[in-house]
Design a protein around this ligand. Structure first.
Ligand code: ADP
Ligand code: MG
Ligand code: ZN
Length: 193
């Protein structure tokens, strides 16, 4: 890619599940589309919870998206004319996404990545933390704590005692605030069952 454009940069939208990351990504991509700026939105091919060729938020907003297998496939799929690249569920990509995003930004593309910054045990969820270090703009989104209505910063895994956990299923997780979050809770529930 050989652009001598100065407009390339990186935006990261992070936070727990239900914090509106996809919603915010969809909003930013839609604005560019309205302005007729050539955009492309990507998502990891493994995330097939929703329609395959769309990013859909929990509030049912959507934008067209191309599923890609990994960061290398994403880089190859970027069109010469594209000026803005959106990426949802960035945490499901390989670490190579950091280099790919930097390469795109260096070539004049504005890259917007949404993804979880922490896993359900509160550990850094790569490659999002590394991307935050490389980003000009970082937006940390908060959800509403499912338990008390406070500032939901964590993703809590909750296990229904009647059924086994289905990974990625919406009702296996809740947004929780600092006080209500308990990474040991799901473990405890499992022992209680
Ligand atoms: P994310 O991509 O961060 O998981 P989405 O953008 O898909 O989030 O969904 C955000 C929407 O989810 C909110 O606008 C709201 O309608 C809905 N929602 C459901 N539960 C919550 C919650 N606990 N806190 C905030 N929004 C929630
Ligand atoms: Mg999302
Ligand atoms: Zn709370």
């Amino acid at each position: 890619m050989e652009r001598r454009d100065e407009r390339g940069w990186v935006e990261v939208i992070c936070g727990p599940m239900f914090s509106g990351k996809s919603e915010e990504l969809i909003r930013r991509m839609t604005r560019y589309k309205i302005a007729r700026v050539p955009v492309q939105t990507f998502k990891p091919a493994l995330d097939d919870r929703f329609a395959t060729h769309e990013v859909v938020s929990h509030s049912s907003l959507s934008v067209a998206a191309e599923p890609v297998a990994d960061s290398e496939a994403l880089l190859k799929a970027v069109d010469k004319r594209t000026e803005v690249v959106g990426i949802d569920e960035g945490q499901f990509f390989d670490q190579g996404l950091v280099e790919v995003v930097e390469q795109l930004a260096a070539s004049g593309i504005r890259v917007i990545v949404a993804g979880l910054d922490q896993d359900f045990l509160g550990r850094p969820f790569e490659p999002i933390p590394s991307l935050m270090l490389r980003a000009e703009y970082v937006t940390k989104a908060l959800a509403v704590c499912h338990r008390c209505g406070g500032a939901g910063m964590f993703t809590q895994r909750v296990i229904d005692s009647d059924e086994l956990v289905v990974l990625g299923a919406e009702d296996s997780y809740e947004a929780r605030c600092r006080r209500c979050y308990d990474p040991g809770e799901s473990e405890q529930t499992r022992l209680d069952v």
